[in-house]
Structures are given as C-alpha cells and as structure tokens.
Design a protein around this ligand. Sequence first.
Ligand code: SF4
Ligand code: FES
Length: 370
Amino acid sequence: MPQPFGLLAEVTHQCPLHCVYCSNPLALRDRQDELVTDDWLRVIGEAAALGVVQVHFSGGEPLVRGDLETLVAECRRLGLYTNLITSGLGLTESRARSLVSAGLNSAQLSIQGEAAESTNLVAASKRFDKKEQAARIIREAGLPLNMNVVLHRLNLSRLDAIIDVCVAWGAERLELANTQYYGWALRNRDLLMPSKAQLDEAVGVYERRKAELGQRMELLWILPDYYEPYPKPCMGGWAQTALTVAPDGVVYPCPVAAEITTMNFVSVRDHDLAWIWQKSDSFEAFRGTEWMADPCRSCPRKETDFGGCRCQAFALTGDPARTDPVCMHSPDHHLVRDALVRANQVGAGEVGEAGHEQLVYRRPPASARR
Ligand code: SF4
Ligand code: FES
C-alpha cells in the first residue's frame, strides 16, 4: 500500500477571484457545507498518522477561513510542513504575522499576468495592487516567496514581462503552469489554448530567462500536455502520493477528481482518512496498473505515465478508465488533435474583444452571492 506524503486541504471554495481556468469543480461547495474547525483538526491528525508530511492550504482562497491559524498550529504541533496557496487578496501584515507565529512555513502567491488589465481579463478582478502588496507582506514576514502563473493564449506573449514582475517582487521561485484543461478551463478551452507558434516562442523566453536568472530565481515550466506525444504521469499515479480533502469533507486522489461524476467519493464525515485511502472503492479503482485495458495494458510506458490522467480521460470521453486522450496511442486522441487544429487555425495572435466576451468566469457558490 503506498503512503501519501501530501495533503491538499481545500478549506473553502469561497474566492475573491473568478479565474476562467479555475481547477475547482464546476459545482462549487457552499460555505454552509464546509467542514468546521474540529473536523479539520481531526483530518490533520489522521493525515499525519497516515504518513503525510506536507499540508497545502488551498481553496478557493484559504485566507477566507478565520481558523487558518488554528489549523496551521496543529500542523506545527504534529511536525508537518505547511504551505499557503493564496491569491494574496485578504493578506494583511497582521494576518501574515499571526500565520507565521502559528508555524506557517511557506506561501505561494498566484498572479494572472503582469498588470491590472491582464488580471482583470482572466480573474474579473482589478486588484493587481493587492498582489504586489501581498508579495511584500510575505517577504517581510520572513517567508520564502513562491509565485505561480497559469499560462494560456491570453498571456503567453507577455511571459518576459510576467517574469520581470516576479523578479522585481523578490520571488525565489516561479512556476510557469501551462493551463491544464479541466473544469472551468475546459469550458474556456478554445479561448485559452495557445497555438504551437505561441508556445514555441514562450519556450524560447523560458529557456533564455532561466539561463539568465540562474540561482536568483528558480523557473519551473509545467508542460502543456495537449502538445505532448504522451500524457503526464498525473499525481504520480492514482492514489499513490497525495490526497485532497474538499471543503465539504469529501476526499479525492487529486484536486480535480470531483468532476468524475460517475464515481462515488467518500467523506471524512463518514469514514476516517486511513480507511478512505486504503479501502475505499474510489481510491482503489485506478491504483497500480491492473485496471488498465489496451493500449495501456500492453504498453512499455505503463509504469512511467500510469495511463495519464483519469480526470482528463473522464472530461474528454466520459469514462475515467480510458487511456488519457493526450496519448498518441489513445483511440480517443482525435479529441485532443481536433482542439489543437482549432487553436492553430485561429492563429498565434490575441483573441479579439468578441472572444473575450465569450469567456466563462468561475462564479462563487450561491452562499457567497447572497
Ligand atoms: Fe501511457 Fe497508456 Fe499511452 Fe502507453 S498507451 S504511453 S501507458 S497512456
Ligand atoms: Fe485527477 Fe489527473 S487531475 S488524475
């Protein structure tokens, strides 16, 4: 039985941003469905007992939860490393101080682009100033500043300027995450998918800046899998290395699996984490390689990429057991090829104003709108 080392604690789906590529499920969880503090304290304890060593607090925007310090302190008590994944909105000096004194080890700040305009285009928020402020607060609180930007057709051409902003703000590490097409991103796929020419140019920028920056800032390039011949080894294989607890307590082998509507996932309200990890049908379903059908079953790469991503297989084919359609051997590969043909027909230029109007923004759950 593999042992998980990471817990993604999605403490809320409430979020001040509305990103068009959000990986949260299309059906967001209401605030009144969220686990309460005592539930999370129990989950953290069960995670530590199961072997977890890192807890990533995420959302939505985890700063929305007033009990974050209590949860971080419990992790510290149990010797777990903690990371805050934040939009930066809502991070004040005093909040950062209280999180650090509770034991927070690191923070990852997301940006959507290099300026207010690009932030507004993909996140329907003009508060770019708050992100700069959050970067300063994180550094002044003594935490390493890790940054993340999701890349797509609407911002790839400004990669140089995005990297400049992160250097100016004092980031130690920048994750350049090409969009993965699940959830909201899949809805917006035709507007977000870059052309091959755009991507090639961006790879050139990444390689040049990586060499220039050296040790000063680490650059990480997350591959745009639609353009790869083989799928990514998603999550290091299903239920192998990490688990995600959603705001309502349902436990998933990855942050996107809530979208697999044909599977039943179990809540920490009904079972403890060890039982869910070791015995639940949903975690067992795609563990290892026994579940595979051809072409994966007889493929020499099956221990390398584990047949790709189950969430992507479901999102594109309606069956999570199929080979990831990104794979060139997949009988469903035309679904990926067709999307790329469309992306390259539009050309390498920006999507025009009319295209922007078709973007579907992630909406907050009903409770946040009342
Ligand atoms: Fe991976 Fe399956 Fe494709 Fe082989 S056939 S490369 S195991 S996805
Ligand atoms: Fe869920 Fe890949 S995102 S298995």
